[in-house]
Design a protein around this ligand. Structure first.
Ligand SMILES: Nc1ncnc2c1ncn2[C@@H]1O[C@H](COP(=O)(O)OP(=O)(O)OP(=O)(O)O)[C@@H](O)[C@H]1O
Ligand SMILES: [Mg+2]
Length: 285
């Protein structure tokens, strides 16, 4: 895909999505309304999309992945409208924009060893001429997420922990050297003790490999800790957005203030790493 120097990587322009409805039917469900978001081409960003259940987060993710068609508005990847994309450009898009979902178990086929999720990509995108040549690529991707190929390959999904299965999903996305990973509640099914480890991989992929993320979560504290920018969604509408620090320090919308108040304050005897501990002292009661 050729593009002008300041073309964004991803641009969602006033995108709305209404489910159902139509001629002679009752009004459809407005899941997302006038949603706009821009990810720059050459400055990797982690953008968090936060909001409570039903606020439209997954709808926004599926639109950005080209899995849903907007009712109105446009979605452009490297300046090309996803719904006017050529087959060749679509292949580039499919490679450069990856997804990680909430429940990695759904992505695995239980009858196949976990190797299968990698092998499928290797052949679809012709990453290597044969299995033997693919192995070091897969091992490398596993190493980036802190896993050892000898330990996890050859196993069935149920023989791994939830945290390992989700790390493998990150490795699978990384294998394609994507520009953008859309992660929809990637750690909400993972044990709390492993969440930080997995989210730190997201930071590492951004910093070392220039990968941007759309990090979808209902958890404002991790959105704050890991993202550069936050968009707060309420009933399909962005009520507040901007620099993560600014949004959390100075929430202007009552809904954001409510979400911030509902962040569980950690046990004062526990040591929190990072900026969260300090900043929570400033959260209004
Ligand atoms: N396929 C669909 N058909 C009709 N309505 C839908 C469909 N998918 C989602 N919705 C509705 O659209 C709204 C937004 O749903 P969405 O899944 O985007 O929310 P979400 O923020 O991801 O919620 P959660 O945190 O529970 O995952 C909800 O009211 C939901 O019921
Ligand atoms: Mg969702």
């Amino acid at each position: 895909m050729e593009s002008l120097p300041d073309t964004p990587l991803l641009e969602m322009r006033s995108v709305s999505k209404i489910y159902g409805g139509g001629f002679l039917q009752k009004a459809g469900k407005v899941a997302l309304k006038d949603f706009s978001l821009t990810l720059p081409m050459n400055k990797p960003r982690i953008v968090a999309l936060a909001g409570e259940s039903g606020s439209g987060k997954t709808t926004a993710a599926r639109l950005a992945l080209g899995l849903l068609e907007p009712t109105s508005g446009q979605i452009l990847y490297k300046g090309v409208d996803l719904h006017r994309i050529s087959r060749r450009e679509a292949l580039v898009f499919r490679r450069e924009v990856q997804a990680i979902f909430q429940d990695p178990y759904e992505v695995y086929n239980p009858v196949y060893k976990v190797d299968h999720v990698f092998n499928v990509l290797v052949s679809r995108f012709r990453l290597a001429p044969d299995r033997a040549a693919a192995r070091p690529l897969i091992a490398d991707a596993l190493r980036v997420v802190g896993l050892d190929a000898d330990e996890v390959l050859g196993k069935y999904p149920h023989q791994l922990s939830g945290g390992q299965r989700q790390r493998i999903m990150v490795a699978r996305a990384f294998l394609l050297k994507p520009r953008l990973i859309i992660a929809d509640e990637p750690v909400s099914m993972v044990d709390a003790s492993l969440r930080a480890a997995i989210l730190s991989i997201m930071l590492k992929l951004k910093e070392e490999f220039g990968i941007s993320f759309l990090y979808i979560t209902h958890d404002l504290s991790t959105a704050y800790q890991y993202s550069d920018e936050i968009y707060i969604l309420n009933r399909g509408e962005v009520v507040e957005s901007g620099d993560s620090q600014a949004v959390i320090d100075n929430p202007t919308h009552p809904y954001t203030q409510l979400l911030i108040r509902s962040i569980p304050i950690p046990d004062p005897d526990l040591k929190w790493e990072g900026k969260l501990e300090i900043e929570l002292e400033n959260v209004p009661e």
